[in-house]
Each structure stands twice: as C-alpha cells, then as structure tokens.
Write a protein that binds this ligand. Structure first.
Ligand code: HEC
Ligand code: HEC
Ligand code: HEC
Ligand code: HEC
Length: 521
C-alpha cells in the first residue's frame, strides 16, 4: 500500500468513524431536553394527571400493558421462571428448573416470574407469594415498594428513614395505593412541572452523593440511563447495626462487577463481638446452611462496560427509541424488548447498514451461548449445596483439616451462586455484555466445583460416591412450592430438599391482592 493511498484510507475511515459517532450522538440530541410548563402541581404522582398535557406520551406508556408477546428468551408473559415443563403462560421452554432449589428457605422459592411492563408493577407486587398473604404482616420491609411506585416520595417524606423497616403490608390496601395511577410512572423519572429528567430514588441519590457526582452536572446521555438505574440494579437492605434498618443501598463502593460485590458483601452485615460488621447475609440456605446473597437484576452494572454501555449507547436508545406520532417526533415510552419489533427499528437507528434479521441473529447468538452456560452453572451450584449438606452431616472419618476446608467450601458455595445469579437475574440473557456474562458464568461453575472438591476432601472423600452422577437424579428440581404447600407436611416429603423445610402452621389467607379478606383487622 503506497503512502498516499494509506493516508487517504485513513482519512476516509476517520470520516466514517466520525459519521458513525455523530450518527449515534445525533440520535440522543435530536430532541432538545424537555423543559415544559405543564401546569401540573409540584410532585404530582398520579399517572392520569399527565394524560391531559401529554396524550401521546401517556398512550405510548399504556402500551406497557401488552403482556402476551414473547421473544426467543424474554418478552412479557409472566410465566414462572423455573417451569420448563408447562407451556405458556404457566411455564416456558427456556426456564431454569433449579430456581426453587437454589433459593431454598428464602421467599424467592415460593414464586418468581418473568418481568412484564411497568404498568403491572403494583398489581404483580401485591399478588406475589413472596409477600406473606397468610398473616396481617407481609414479613418483608416496606423497602420492597421502592421500585414499584412514585408514592415512595410521599412515604419517605412522611416517615423519613423509619419508613424502610415498616411492614410491607402497611401500604398495600386500596386506601394506600392505586394500582394503575400509582404504578411506576411519569413521576419516577420526570419533574412534574418541567418534565426534566430527575431522580426519585433514595439509594441512587445516595450513591451519587457518595461518589461525588451532582445530578445537575451530569450529561443528558448519562441521565438517559441513570433514570433506569434507579431500579434496574443490584441492591441490599441495610442491616440495623449499620444505619437506618432496611434502607436500600447499591453495593457499588468497590465496583460494579460480581467480584467487587462479593468483596463488598464480606462486610456490611451484623456487627461481630469486635464491633466490626461481619458478612452480609440475605438468608441461610435450607439444605447446605450456607449464608447466602440474592442478586437482583443488575442491568445497569452489566450494561455499563459492555459494547454498548462503553460506547455511550444509553438504555433509552434501545428501549425508548424515537418514533413519529402524527408527524411529531417523540421518545417511545413502551419500555420493552426491542426484539418484539419485527423491523428492529431501535437498533437500526444506528446500525442502519444491517438487516433486521442479521441484528436479531446476533442477539440470539449471544443469548443461546449464555443460556446454555447459565444452566450448567446452575447445576454446578446445586451440586455444591448438596456436597456441603452431606459433609455437614458426615459422621464417618473426617480430614484433620475439616473445619478449615468446610469454611472454604461454604464460601465457594456462596460465591458460585452469587456469580450465577448476577447473570441469571440480569434480564438480557447476556446481550447487554456478552463477554462479562460468559466470564461470570465460567467463574461461577469454577467456584461451585471448588466447593464440591473441598467438601469431599473434608470428609476424606466419604461423600464422593453420593455426589457422582447426574445431578438431576441426586437432587431433583423442585417444581412446585408455595406458602400454602409449605403448610402441608405430606407434600414436603415428596422431594429430598423440601423435606428439609419446616412445616408452616396451617393458616387462612388474609390478603388477596389489595383486598383484606377477614373483617377483623
Ligand atoms: C421505579 C422503578 C423502575 C424504573 C425507574 C424503571 N424500571 Fe423497568 N421495570 C421495573 C419493574 C418493577 C419491572 C417489572 C414489572 C412487572 O413485571 O410487574 C420493570 C420491567 C421492565 C422491562 C420489561 C418489560 C417487558 O415487557 O417485559 C423493561 C424492558 C424495562 N423495565 C426497562 C426499563 C428502562 C429502559 C427504564 C429506564 C428508561 C426503566 N425500566 C426504569 C422497575 C423500574
Ligand atoms: C444496544 C441496545 C440495548 C441497550 C443499550 C440496553 N438494552 Fe436492555 N435489552 C436489549 C436487548 C436486545 C434485550 C433482550 C430482549 C429479548 O431477549 O427479548 C434487552 C433486554 C432488557 C430487559 C428485559 C426485557 C424483557 O423482555 O424482559 C430489560 C429489563 C432491559 N433490557 C433493561 C435495560 C436497561 C436498564 C438498560 C440500561 C442500563 C438497557 N437495557 C440497555 C437491548 C439493549
Ligand atoms: C422510566 C423513566 C420514565 C418514565 C416512567 C417516563 N418517562 Fe418520559 N422520558 C424518559 C426519558 C429517558 C426521556 C428522554 C429524555 C431525553 O432524551 O432527554 C423522556 C422524555 C419525555 C418527554 C420529552 C419528549 C420526548 O418524547 O423525548 C416527555 C414529554 C415525556 N417523557 C413524558 C412522559 C410522560 C407523560 C410519562 C408518563 C405517562 C413519562 N414520560 C414516563 C423517561 C421516562
Ligand atoms: C445509539 C446507537 C446504537 C443503538 C441504538 C444500537 N447500537 Fe449496537 N452498537 C453501537 C455502537 C457504537 C457499537 C460499538 C461499535 C464498535 O465498537 O465497533 C455497537 C455494537 C454492536 C454490536 C457488536 C457488539 C460486539 O459484541 O462487538 C452488535 C451485535 C450490536 N451493536 C447490535 C445491536 C442491536 C441488536 C441493537 C438493538 C437492540 C443495537 N445494537 C442498538 C451503537 C448502537
């Protein structure tokens, strides 16, 4: 290649790169950031109030009610995510059969469904079996409301930090919240008077303060993702020894990767005798007795250093693409899977040189590889719990190093499952960050296998024969489990792991959705 030609190609590719970059930037700056005079009262929380001034945005947001269309791995049918036996709408071919096993002893084992649109948030919340319906109290902190409603602003204003540890059911009745008008809505992301983007979320505001960032100085592009990061992130509830009980916190101080969070959670738990916080624990697994962490939908943390996040492509670019309504350009407020659109328009705003089929195939390519590894990591995690369970009870000859080996084995169970859940709970099946998803799953399987090795060593390999072979035979998946079923001693006998759960006292249902069933309240 002669010198002149080379500099010419360089110039052309620089131009092309600039065009591509501008193309992307243009997408984000095409509409000026909103600053309206809405005439609405300050802090208006009701969704219906926004219908008058913004009929098109309101109509667009109501499309979040669509809850029947699936994509290959995701979509909007709220099927049970562990059920790979029944067809839709109960189960789905790409389900994860061991979820109830992996969360044994934690309310997540009762019910865990595929997410659907924001307009369902309150309805789905008051109907989930994770909140106790068989007692006056839901036995979960009011913090759980944090990601379901803009009413949070009112409640936190009223009760301050006492709010978080109040009982979740105290805010459940129709006198407290309107399922449609107070579901995730305009006020969660917009200032009611100017419609500028702003935060309602206490844990995100705390994080920005901790990391020295000022919302008003952040770029518009960052805000187009941070409004989603109010909820689509990993969080935990403050232990009462370390601050306002049950206040939500984002565990990001060491970084946003699974290893960073695993390190973070070595602290922030109950204070030990020496006055220092011990490890943070969400619950103790009922089979292995290992103190566990449950990860929750780390979309933001996964996306941020993936191919799109690193290139500055925001959540809104793909989940709120520009569209024309009556000739006017606006951001779609149907925040759903971009794959539901046959034309893949969200993607083609930037990838205009690619066909919809090509783009879809690229997504599915990543998702299939991720999902296959996810199932393997899940199996490894179940085997790890079983190994520690068997080793805990081992009465035969033990290694002289039994205690040390078992302490390490338990830690590997905890770490392996945390890594698996980071990908499992994340909602893009790898697409938001393919390399991180596969790396995390590979590490997960490695830690879980390490747990098995250590537990075997601790028992001088006494438990090894019981662990050899197909894990589905050794520990069958728990396909059915609910609060009602846990009141049934015979039912619990059916699976070797449900046998390990305590039988709950027989009780009648007290709450059905937002209705209080018994008159004595
Ligand atoms: C106030 C908390 C909150 C905020 C803010 C929020 N989400 Fe959500 N999001 C949720 C919850 C909760 C669900 C699940 C609702 C259900 O299943 O009932 C959900 C569901 C979704 C879904 C699944 C929809 C489907 O059809 O399956 C997508 C996609 C989504 N959100 C994207 C976004 C994007 C993009 C943003 C930012 C522009 C955002 N969300 C902001 C809480 C939030
Ligand atoms: C480059 C485009 C792109 C960006 C940027 C992006 N996503 Fe996604 N997102 C996708 C695709 C593709 C899927 C997979 C959808 C499917 O499988 O149906 C997805 C899936 C999801 C889902 C699950 C949807 C469902 O049907 O249940 C949620 C929730 C979500 N993304 C939230 C976010 C959030 C929050 C951000 C920003 C932190 C973000 N996404 C950034 C493209 C994107
Ligand atoms: C989960 C967060 C979220 C919710 C909920 C939400 N919006 Fe938005 N909205 C955004 C984002 C992000 C933008 C793009 C802002 C930008 O690009 O600067 C936007 C833009 C807008 C704009 C500016 C014009 C445009 O189309 O870009 C209007 C008006 C608007 N939204 C109205 C509403 C109304 C009305 C509701 C309730 C029915 C609502 N929004 C709910 C996040 C949200
Ligand atoms: C706002 C612009 C924008 C949007 C919208 C967008 N992308 Fe991208 N995409 C990019 C940029 C920028 C890159 C990184 C290019 C690079 O580094 O070469 C990229 C990279 C990719 C890659 C290669 C990633 C890799 O692993 O190397 C794929 C595949 C892709 N995008 C698919 C999609 C799909 C599917 C959608 C819609 C769901 C989408 N993109 C939406 C801008 C966008």
């Amino acid at each position: 290649m002669n010198k002149q030609f080379r500099s010419m190609t360089l110039a052309v590719s620089a131009l092309l790169a600039a065009a591509l970059l501008c193309g992307c930037n243009d997408v984000t700056t095409e509409l000026t950031p909103p600053s309206y005079k809405t005439g609405l009262k300050e802090g208006e929380l009701k969704m219906s109030a926004y219908k008058g001034p913004f009929p098109d945005h309101y109509a667009s947001y109501m499309k979040n009610n669509e809850s029947e269309v699936m994509t290959e791995y995701k979509g909007s049918v709220e099927f049970a995510k562990h059920d790979n036996v029944n067809p839709l709408p109960k189960g789905y071919k790409h389900a994860q059969p061991y979820l109830k096993n992996l969360w044994l002893g934690y309310p997540f084992m009762y019910e865990y469904n595929e997410a659907r649109g924001h307009t369902y948030a309150v309805k789905d919340f008051v109907n989930i079996d994770r909140i106790n319906r068989y007692a006056e109290k839901g036995v979960l902190p009011a913090t759980c409301w944090n990601c379901k409603t803009p009413k949070m602003m009112e409640w936190v204003g009223q009760y301050g930090d006492k709010f978080w540890s109040m009982d979740v059911n105290a805010f459940r009745g129709k006198d407290k919240i309107h399922a449609d008008d107070h579901t995730i809505g305009c006020a969660n992301c917009h200032d009611s008077q100017t419609m500028e983007l702003r935060l309602y979320s206490e844990p995100l505001k705390d994080w920005l303060a901790r990391s020295g960032k000022d919302w008003s100085k952040l770029s518009r592009n960052e805000k187009r993702s941070l409004v989603c990061a109010q909820c689509h992130v990993e969080y935990y509830f403050t232990h009462k020894d370390n601050g306002p009980a049950a206040k939500p916190v984002f565990p990001w101080d060491k970084g946003m990767n699974p290893e960073d969070m695993y390190q973070y959670y070595k602290g922030h738990g109950a204070k030990a005798a020496d006055g220092k916080p011990g490890q943070f624990v969400d619950w103790v697994h009922a089979a292995s007795k290992v103190p566990m962490i449950k990860m929750q939908h780390p979309e933001y943390e996964t996306w941020i250093d993936g191919p799109h996040g690193a290139a500055g492509v925001s959540c809104a670019d793909c989940h709120m693409q520009y569209q024309r309504v009556d000739g006017k350009k606006m951001s779609s407020h149907w925040m759903t899977s971009p794959l539901k659109d046959k034309e893949m328009r969200a993607c083609r705003t930037c990838h205009s040189d690619k066909s919809p089929e090509f783009l879809r195939e690229r997504v599915l390519y990543t998702q299939k590889k991720t999902f296959d590894q996810l199932l393997k990591a899940q199996d490894a995690s179940v085997r790890a719990h079983e190994a520690v369970r068997l080793a805990n009870a081992w009465e035969g000859e033990r290694s002289p190093e039994y205690d040390r080996l078992m302490a390490e084995a338990r830690d590997m169970v905890r770490k392996g499952q945390l890594f698996w859940d980071y990908v499992s709970a994340e909602n893009s099946v790898g697409f938001h960050n393919p390399a991180k998803a596969l790396d995390t799953l590979m590490s997960s399987a490695e830690f879980s296998q390490k747990a098995v090795d250590l537990a075997e060593q601790a028992t001088n390999y006494g438990i090894a024969p019981a662990l050899a072979g197909d894990i589905k035979q050794i520990v069958p998946p728990i396909l059915e489990m609910s609060r009602k079923l846990q009141q049934d001693a015979d039912f619990l006998q059916k699976n070797p792991w449900t046998r390990l759960l305590p039988v709950l006292p027989k009780a009648d249902q007290v709450w059905e959705g937002q209705e209080h069933l018994t008159s004595a309240r």
